[in-house]
Design a protein around this ligand. Structure first.
Ligand code: TYD
Length: 142
């Protein structure tokens, strides 16, 4: 699907491959365990000050899966028309984001560690950081 057409309903909560053993739990994130793309990059957020809001941007191509490894956060999605809020608080649950959605991360609980698996390397040119530009892009005006 073209990124300009994706909607908040195209984001999907997925259950990651989870191995529970007597010596602890282990979760796998890979293309053939439901992520839907081959992860090329992983990064994580931690030491997040209270009440902070991050991530006000969209990606033209990049796909991501966001996981609350510890703690909890809200992911607020916007497709130019509709908004959708997803609370993440399970280390074996991922929010699969297609390209072309505006996202904000907020409502972090103390000690939250947020993992992001990404479909390609960091590329500032893939970001849309102005919401007006995002709206124009979604409407095919550029
Ligand atoms: P940014 O994507 O703006 O974070 P958020 O949207 O979650 O607030 O990234 C913050 C900073 O880190 C910014 O200076 C770019 C840099 N960065 C990298 O250099 N490589 C990466 O893979 C990422 C995700 C960010």
């Amino acid at each position: 699907m073209r990124a300009e057409r994706t909607t908040v309903n195209d984001a999907e909560l997925i259950r990651l491959e989870h191995h529970s053993t007597e010596v602890g739990d282990l979760v796998v994130g890979s293309q053939n365990t439901g992520i839907g793309f081959e992860p090329k990059r992983a990064y994580y957020l931690y030491d997040i000050p209270a009440r902070v809001e991050r991530g006000g941007h969209a990606h033209k191509e990049l796909q991501q899966v966001i996981v609350a490894l510890a703690g909890a956060l809200d992911v607020v999605l916007f497709d130019g028309e509709h908004e959708r809020l997803v609370r993440l608080n399970q280390p074996d649950e991922g929010l699969r984001l297609p390209s072309g959605l505006w996202r904000e991360l907020k409502g972090f609980s103390g000690g939250t560690i947020c993992l992001v698996l990404a479909s390609s390397q960091y590329d500032e040119g893939d970001y849309i950081r102005e919401q007006e530009e995002f709206l124009n892009w979604k409407q095919g005006k550029q």
